[in-house]
Design a protein around this ligand. Structure first.
Ligand code: ATP
Ligand code: MG
Ligand code: FE
Length: 354
């Protein structure tokens, strides 16, 4: 089967077509970064309007790239939550229109389930696996036992990992989105010059906290600027390196606890360790998590960089996984859900209401 997936939950207008034999037939992402850059973050109203103006043409080019028509699709999936409601409405309405015109089912996809399942599109990973989901709005450790079966082992009690990167970038004048800029600066910096706090490290459990780290970055930047009048590039690079190091230490410490917990509950010492979400595009963090997996004797897997940040293929693939499990699926009654915790993705959705 072929499934079309549409992603409009934040500031990427994206769509893709994937097949059950794990081919990405076509794949387009239109980033709105330039439209939001001057505001230092995503402006929901602008995002929704940009989705409206670009989605139709993007879909037209996508179908042309694939050499297929809407009638060739077996189902149409769209991100239905969580995310910015204006954008979600654009994607869901468009997908439902295609579904109505072709008679193919509409599938409501949870954006986080998209991040969580993408690894199965590109690698031979079966359930159960342990997942670190690190993105712009989330930082969670999950046990993934099926297409719609997620159990949260830990989550952040304040900021998400990507949010910490974005706020750090903003504080240091590195622009938006911050992740890639902080990573590039950190590569030039000395991670040992400054010591930043590592919230939660050494404590039991698998929860995260990053707001203290962000506050410490602000104080450090102020101190550096005070001494020399301005924040030098060297200071900035060293702060980024220290920040990335500290955030990595937090991820690794929490993952160690999660691995132990998962070993006890899954009753099977051998499971894949997967990292996904936009922050999984960070080479330093990816490398450290892979090293942890090696040390623990676990198989490591992560989507390729382009499938870590938001894209259409992850939504098409999550839709395809659900379609494969239940070919009679039809989420035509589903409405956008700005909030939609992943744990709920397991529950039947139709008629559940918001
Ligand atoms: P969510 O998936 O939680 O709803 P989102 O869709 O906005 O949030 P993603 O697209 O998954 O988030 O990821 C974007 C985030 O990833 C941003 O915070 C960005 O700074 C971060 N990010 C992207 N590339 C990197 C990188 N190389 N290093 C660190 N962070 C990165
Ligand atoms: Mg984005
Ligand atoms: Fe995302």
């Amino acid at each position: 089967p072929y499934v079309l997936g549409i992603e409009t939950s934040c500031d990427e207008t994206a769509a893709a077509i994937v097949s059950a034999d794990k081919r990405v037939l076509a794949h387009r992402v239109l980033s709105q970064i330039d439209d939001h850059a001057e505001f230092g973050g995503v402006v929901p109203e602008i995002a929704a309007r940009q989705h409206i103006s670009h989605l139709d043409k993007l879909l037209e080019s996508l179908m042309k790239d694939a050499g297929l028509g809407f009638d060739d699709m077996d189902a149409v999936a769209a991100t239905t939550g969580p995310g910015l409601v204006g954008g979600l409405m654009v994607g869901v309405m468009t997908a439902k229109a295609i579904s109505a015109a072709t008679g193919k089912p509409f599938i409501a996809v949870n954006h986080l389930a998209g991040h969580a399942l993408t690894v199965r599109l590109v690698d031979d990973i079966s359930f159960p696996y342990l997942l670190l989901l690190v993105s712009g709005g989330h930082c969670q450790i999950l046990s993934v036992t099926g297409v719609g079966a997620f159990t949260r082992l830990g989550t952040t009690i304040d900021d998400a990992a990507g949010e910490a990167f974005d706020k750090t970038a903003k504080l240091l004048g590195l622009g938006y989105p911050g992740g890639p800029a902080v990573e590039a600066a950190a590569r030039e910096g000395d991670p040992k010059r400054f010591r930043l706090p590592k919230p939660m490290v050494g404590k039991p459990g698998c929860n995260f906290s990053f707001s203290g780290l962000k506050t410490a970055v602000r104080r450090l930047a102020e101190e550096c600027a005070e001494g020399e009048g301005i924040l030098t590039i060297r200071d900035r690079n060293d702060i980024c390196a220290a920040f990335q190091q500290a955030l990595g230490d937090c991820l690794i410490d929490r993952l160690k606890n999660a691995i132990q917990l998962f070993r006890e509950t899954a009753g099977n010492g051998n499971f894949p360790l997967v990292v996904a979400g936009g922050v999984a595009a960070n080479a330093h963090l990816r490398g450290r998590i892979e090293a942890l997996a090696d040390k623990e004797g676990l198989r490591f897997s992560a989507p390729p960089l382009a499938l870590c940040t938001d894209n259409g293929a992850m939504i098409a693939w999550a839709g395809l996984e659900r379609f494969r499990e239940d070919p009679a699926i039809n989420d035509a009654d589903e409405a956008p859900r700005p909030r939609w915790p992943l744990d709920d993705a397991a529950k039947p959705m139709v008629g559940k209401g918001k």
